[in-house]
Design a protein around this ligand. Structure first.
Ligand code: ADP
Length: 516
């Protein structure tokens, strides 16, 4: 039976999705492959079809123990004999499963990466015929990814020790070019075997909503979209609880999910949402990885997440069924501080912390760009694309205004401050603030001091964010980024380049979206 026949007979599907046929052909040819596909793109099939066709066992390495049971149940329902071995099993259960695997009754074996650290497990693997190793959520292997896991890093070394050197398929929906390179290096995947199907999600409408009362937006949105399934993501448990009680006061039902809840409560709430007993889930990022709920119509981020990778992965849980979905980011500059705090408190080495701060800056640039949002995300993942015509920036029909002179004021102020200061201080100097630091550095003597006295510090701060998102200013790495003028910024200063910005206040009529 060929792959096409398995697709039809085992899975009941007529045709392959983009990328699937190419990936499966390579895998069946015994090549190592990296599959980069968007969420909902159909990654599982890329190893499940080979699992059916190859003589031995396919090992699936997945970081999410909590989801293994569901994945195994789904595979068994499809008719692929599958099981998992992880730390949730009792010793007798584990032995039963190992016997089933050894007796050749299993085609798909799901394991967590930590398993490979057990000599007993490695010993058992030595006696089996392993045909393929599928490394799911492969971005976890890279320190440059947004969800690095040390057990994945060790995995790369251990795979080499498996008898027969089975070939590897790595799968992820979220890898920048740097992360993809890292995965390929670590798992010995030739560059030519990177199969990318394009990260665009043509059915999602991305929106950035700035400096509006977030609660009011959420309430209005939920009331305007009753009985639509969706997720509201918050950065902290406390904020989940706050948003949930705010919604309760407005008589809007929701379930909550975060790491502070008991296991039973989490499972109950998750099921209420999955089975449409409740439409809205308010959660931290503990919720959602690997959850295959196809009819999620919207994902609202109540707070800015730490990176565009995390954002795209979470937002991408909307519209997995291919029908339209909304991906809305409620942006408040102060929410960046929550993420800075997470980075600062983490125990990462300094260079990794700096990489995290840099990702946060990219996230901030996404929130402040006036270019197509989908295009911005794709560029981040190394793709070129045309404008989506659906996002809040593409639909923003305010007039463009020439703000070159304002931009020159900011850029020359940055130069005069020797490019050693951050956004807040630059905005203070431009608006003529009086404080000790300004006096100490004699910034009140600069010709750019008080040059924007007719604007508020907050407004100038937004403008600086816009210039940064437009690539005229470049933030340094680190917790308190200082801004320097880029080559494009220098061209603006010399009058060789103009700067346009949409600035008139106008509320869009199609949805409760407002601009700064
Ligand atoms: P992800 O890439 O996010 O892991 P999944 O493998 O869970 O995506 O696939 C998403 C959904 O698409 C699943 O319900 C799956 O059965 C379905 N699917 C995958 N491949 C095809 C196909 N070729 N035709 C139709 N549906 C498919």
């Amino acid at each position: 039976m060929d792959a096409q026949a398995v697709l039809k007979q085992t899975f009941g599907y007529e045709s392959f999705r983009p990328g699937q046929a190419e990936i499966i052909t390579k895998v069946l040819n015994g090549e190592n492959v990296l599959a980069l596909m968007p969420t909902g793109g159909g990654k599982s099939l890329c190893y499940q079809i080979p699992a059916v066709m190859l003589p031995g066992i396919t090992l699936v390495v997945s970081p999410l123990i909590a989801l293994m049971k569901d994945q195994v149940d789904a595979a068994n329902e499809t008719g692929i004999p599958a099981t998992f071995i992880n730390s949730t099993l009792t010793f007798p259960e584990m032995n039963d499963r190992i016997s089933a695997v050894q007796a050749g009754r299993i085609k798909l074996l799901y394991v967590a990466p930590e398993r490979f650290e057990s000599p007993a497990f490695m010993g058992m693997l030595g006696q089996l015929k392993i045909s393929l190793i599928a490394v799911d959520e492969a971005h976890c292997i890279s320190q440059w990814g947004h969800d690095f896991r040390p057990s994945y890093l060790r995995l790369a070394d251990t795979l080499d020790q498996i008898a027969g050197h089975p070939n590897v398929i790595a799968l992820t929906a979220t890898a920048t070019p740097k992360v993809a390179d890292d995965i390929m290096d670590r798992l010995a995947i030739p560059r030519a075997n990177e199969v990318k199907t394009g990260f665009a999600r043509d059915n999602l409408a991305f929106q950035v909503v700035k400096d509006q009362a977030g609660d009011t937006f959420i309430v209005n949105y939920l009331r305007a979209n009753p009985e639509q399934s969706g997720i509201v993501y918050c950065s902290t448990r406390k904020e989940v609880e706050r948003v949930a009680s705010m919604l309760a006061k407005k008589k809007i039902d929701c379930a909550i999910y975060h790491g502070g809840l008991g296991e039973d409560e989490r499972r109950q709430n998750q099921e209420d949402f999955l089975f449409d007993r409740v439409f809205v889930m308010v959660a931290t990022n503990a919720f959602g990885m690997g959850i295959d709920k196809s009819n999620v119509r919207f994902v609202i981020h109540d707070q800015v997440p730490g990176s565009l990778e995390a954002y795209y992965q979470e937002a991408g849980r909307a519209g997995r069924d291919g029908l339209p979905g909304d991906a809305i980011l409620l942006y408040k500059a102060q929410d960046l501080n929550v993420q800075r705090f997470f980075i600062d408190q983490s125990e990462m080495a300094d260079d990794l912390k700096n990489a995290e701060y840099q990702k946060l800056q990219e996230m901030n640039a996404y929130a402040n760009t006036q270019d197509c949002l989908q295009q911005f995300i794709q560029a981040y993942f190394g793709e070129t694309a045309s404008a989506c015509d659906r996002c809040s920036n593409c639909l923003d029909d305010r007039e463009q205004q020439d703000v070159t002179v304002d931009a020159q004021m900011v850029l020359s102020c940055v130069m005069r401050m020797d490019q050693h200061f951050g956004k807040g201080m630059i905005a203070q100097v431009l608006t003529g603030a009086h404080n000790q630091r300004i006096a100490t550095f004699h910034f009140d003597k600069l010709s750019t001091y008080n040059l924007m006295s007719n604007r508020t510090q907050k407004d100038v701060g937004h403008f600086i964010d816009y210039l940064t998102a437009s690539g005229l200013l470049s933030p340094s790495a680190g917790q308190y980024p200082t801004l320097s003028v880029t080559a494009d910024g220098a061209a603006v200063l010399k009058g060789e380049q103009t700067v346009m910005r949409k600035v008139t206040r106008k509320v869009a009529s199609h949805a409760p979206v407002a601009k700064d």
